[in-house]
Design a protein around this ligand. Structure first.
Ligand code: NAP
Length: 460
């Protein structure tokens, strides 16, 4: 454990940080609890002023923030800038819409009148992953701060400088002490934060193992939680798909963020009629990607986030191969400094192969050939995960039919535009529960209180 920035493009250690002591942690939890008592009473306009200011600061500092991210976890600089801008727009979206989302809802019971009102719960503890170092933070900060909660945030050990930069935005935006607090803490300390009675809710984005651990802890304490976990999304290509259009999305869907996206396309399921052509074009497109410095805008293949991520992924590929998978291309590290992996396609992954049910968190695509639409859907659903998925067809009605039959939290037709401030994001099965973003995202940690008025005497 520990918090350390290492540039994955060259392996150089940039900065090392110490975990908080238990005493420091206690004073940060106490400050958050104190802050909540005044923050909960602020109007939406007052909260919105600070959240909008943080959004504006993100936008103004796009280059600086993107640079930190690229150095620390290897995201290609253009993608990094895009993530900063998107994070800023999420904050702005909630600053603008929170009051509307949380307005009282009038109810019409058979007797009398009633309404449902929304109020914050208190201190919410968030555990976040490195793959989108700012977007993940904006996804919790925008909605939950606007709802009147305050946040304690444990970011991933490999992105401490991003975590600090995001916390600084709030300080610069004029946030009161305790409103948004970055915690560099161990897993044991995280457990104790979940147990702390001042903490009223827990949100985690990360692996299934982390989700199981933190959700169990939250459950033991009867605290509400939301879990955004892994995925192994199907990319279904039907016989009437526009192949040129489909291939571009296939490459983007697998390779964006060097394949380290929860809802990346990971299982390519193609009907027999197009399978050979798809595979040939997909392979050609992937082999055109050139590894290089992620700070260079011309680079088309960045490093993985860390050396251990690369080592683990290579082992996963080896395990898949030892259980019968074939490597159509790639499968090895790139022969250069830094943690680069060759774009890889695996075929012949049978159900008894552990890879069949695994998530490959990097540039490794599994390819499956199926006889028709029904077989594609059956294979897509034969997964422990249920995050997203996509279907490519020229027939929109057919696309919608297939989308309805795939058991996931999100489906995309002829595109994979995963995320939008206005659209709910999340999954089912091992991909977790709860939704972030959109109207649903702000409802996760609020008390929905029923207030009923009936002008009637008690029955005798
Ligand atoms: P990870 O190891 O689970 O780490 C995620 C966060 O959880 C980090 O802050 C990590 O801290 C913390 N953590 C891990 N185990 C913990 C424990 N027992 N107690 C307390 N905190 C714990 O995940 P990752 O490998 O970095 O991230 C990739 C995973 O996240 C993939 O499975 C991906 O699909 C998933 N993901 C899901 C979404 C979504 O919205 N569904 C979005 C992005 C990523 P340390 O770094 O200090 O260990």
């Amino acid at each position: 454990m520990g918090y350390q920035s290492v540039n994955p493009a060259d392996g150089k250690v940039l900065k090392t940080f110490k975990d908080l002591t238990d005493k420091e942690l206690e004073s940060k939890i106490a400050a958050a609890a104190t802050c909540y008592e005044s923050w909960r009473r602020k109007t939406y306009a007052e909260r919105g002023k600070i959240v909008s200011k943080a959004a504006a600061l993100m936008h103004a500092k796009v280059d600086e923030l993107a640079h930190i991210m690229t150095l620390e976890m290897g995201k290609r600089i253009n993608e990094a800038r895009g993530e900063v801008e998107f994070s800023s727009s999420i904050l702005a979206y909630y600053a603008k819409n929170a009051e509307r989302f949380l307005a009282n809802v009038e109810l019409h019971p058979s007797l009398g009148d009633g309404h449902m009102e929304s109020s914050p719960l208190g201190v919410v503890f968030c555990v976040e992953p490195w793959n989108f170092p700012y977007y993940q933070l904006a996804r919790v900060a925008g909605p939950h701060l606007m709802a009147g909660n305050v946040l304690l945030v444990k970011h991933a050990g490999i992105v401490p400088q991003c975590a600090i930069a995001f916390e600084k935005l709030w300080i610069e935006a004029g946030a009161p002490v305790g409103l948004y607090t970055n915690l560099m803490i161990s897993h044991d300390q995280s457990d104790r934060v979940v147990d702390d009675p001042r903490v009223k809710g827990v949100a985690l984005t990360g692996s299934v193992a982390a989700g199981q651990s933190i959700a169990a802890r939250a459950g033991k304490n009867l605290k509400p939680s939301s879990m955004e976990l892994g995925g192994s999304d199907a990319f279904i290509v039907l016989d009437d798909a526009d192949l040129e259009h489909t291939i571009k999305w296939a490459v983007w869907g697998r390779m964006y963020n060097t394949g380290q996206t929860c809802c990346a396309a990971k299982r390519f399921i193609v009907v027999d009629k197009l399978a050979d052509k798809f595979l040939e074009k997909f392979r050609t497109a992937l082999s055109n990607l050139k590894p290089g410095d992620p700070l260079d805008e011309k680079t088309t293949l960045g490093p993985l986030s860390s050396e251990s991520a690369l080592v683990d992924l290579l082992k996963q590929v080896d395990t898949a191969v030892s259980h019968g998978a074939k490597v159509l291309m790639g499968g090895k590290r790139v022969d250069r400094a830094g943690s680069f992996m060759q774009p890889t396609i695996l075929t012949d992954v049978m159900p008894e192969n552990p890879a069949f049910r695994d998530e490959f968190f990097g540039p490794v695509a599994m390819f499956f050939r199926v006889k028709d639409e029904d077989a594609a859907i059956a294979l897509a659903n034969d997964s422990d995960f249920g995050l997203g998925g996509s279907v490519f067809t020229r027939d929109l009605a057919r696309g919608k039919r297939v989308a309805s039959r795939v058991e996931t939290g999100m489906m995309f037709i002829n595109n994979i535009s995963w995320s939008d401030a206005e659209l709910p994001f999340g999954g089912i099965k091992d991909s977790g529960y709860g939704r972030e973003l959109g109207d649903m995202g702000i409802q996760q940690f609020v008390n929905k209180k029923l207030v009923r008025y009936v002008a009637a005497e008690a029955p005798v």
